[in-house]
Design a protein around this ligand. Structure first.
Ligand code: SF4
Length: 353
């Protein structure tokens, strides 16, 4: 399929071969691009990268790959072990689903097509396409935020997202059908990622250095594309958590329910999180012990749809009888606490990095 198809669809022509030439010279040097792409390692990398940035994943990548070089290696450990390693990366449901996917792969082998990939736990359209293209060489183009932005500009799509997504996907599909893109599907996908991350950036696209500058239809209005609907204000939630210590220097932790935010992660015992502020007596009914609770401070934490404000109370007792796990205060940094809970215990000077 040649550029005339893209021209018919978008009114503009860009060449997959040009983009690949540029990629061969300018690709980012990322640790997961060493050697031949292994499908499991691509799945692991893409799962780590969901909802976060390359910079946030880099410090964790080598640790994960060393611990779980194969799906079988992850399938062999308990879910808690994966969650412990995932601590600090957020969106913990990803870790649980990746563990379930590893078990499915260990049982039935790695899927060979998109349908099989999509049937794995936690693998949606984007991840299936990314693993399909990069790990298996299937001629598909994964559409992430970078690709969306590049193609909205190239094809000059001025409709508002998310409604514009179909037109963007049609433009992506059209350019992805070019022979060069099909022959090097994994490189083409990564070339689009890199173009969006390093040249066609959100605020100040470097059009002069862009391999697609001649065929790009949206250069003159690039900063305005893609057009997004105004963001809704995030809801505000409130919670109270209790840092309870015993005379031996242990802190009481418990595991959150599997479903919901931070599902399955360790936490300080506390109230549910809700849109209304907790009155003191009401909050104390959720305390793990009757004790002289004193206020340590508050921490804020942003989730995708809500901003959470947590009040942290602290108390000491001779012996802790409430259900949960007793962890020596000096070991809290290694207890697999999510970032929110690390912020809470750090109010007490514990688990310092
Ligand atoms: S020419 Fe500019 S707007 Fe068009 S794809 Fe390249 S960097 Fe983006």
């Amino acid at each position: 399929m040649d550029g005339s198809v893209l021209a018919r669809h978008t009114g503009h022509v860009v060449s997959a071969a040009n983009l690949l030439d540029w990629y061969d010279r300018h690709k980012r040097d990322l640790p997961w691009r060493q050697g031949v792409a292994d499908p499991w390692q691509v799945l692991l990398t893409e799962t780590l990268l969901q909802q976060t940035t390359v910079a946030a994943v880099l410090p964790h990548y080598a640790r994960f790959l060393a611990r779980f070089p194969t799906a079988e290696a992850m399938a062999a450990v308990a879910e808690e072990e994966v969650l412990r390693l995932w601590a600090g990366l957020g969106y913990y449901a990803r870790a649980r689903r990746l563990h379930a996917a590893a078990r499915a792969i260990a049982a039935s082998g790695f899927p060979a097509d998109l349908e099989g990939l999509r049937a794995l736990p936690g693998v949606g359209t984007y991840t299936a396409a990314a693993v399909g293209a990069i790990g298996l060489g299937l001629p598909v183009v994964p559409v992430d935020g970078n690709v969306e932005r590049v193609m909205a500009r190239v094809a000059r799509i001025e409709a508002t997202l998310p409604g514009a997504r179909r037109a963007i996907e049609a433009a992506v599909t059209t350019v992805g059908r070019q022979q060069a893109a099909r022959e090097r599907a994994g490189d083409f996908a990564q070339a689009l990622f890199d173009l969006g991350a390093t040249v066609c950036t959100p605020a100040s696209p470097g059009c002069l250095a862009c391999p697609w500058r001649d065929g790009c239809g949206g250069r003159d209005i690039a900063e305005r594309l893609p057009v997004r609907a105004p963001k809704k204000r995030r809801a505000r939630w409130f919670g109270v958590h209790f840092l309870l210590e015993d005379a031996a220097g242990n802190v009481l932790l418990r595991r959150r329910p599997r479903e919901g935010l931070l599902g399955g992660m360790m936490e300080l015992p506390g109230t549910p999180w809700r849109p209304a502020v907790w009155e003191p007596e009401e909050a104390l009914s959720a305390a793990p012990a009757k004790a002289a609770w004193r206020m340590l401070g508050t921490v804020r934490h942003g989730f995708t749809h809500a901003e959470l404000e947590v009040t942290v109370l602290r108390a000491g007792v001779a012996r802790i009888r409430a259900p949960g796990e007793l962890v020596p205060a000096r070991d809290l940094a290694q207890a697999g606490l999510p970032s929110l809970m690390l912020k809470c215990v750090r109010l007490a000077g514990l688990a310092r990095p």
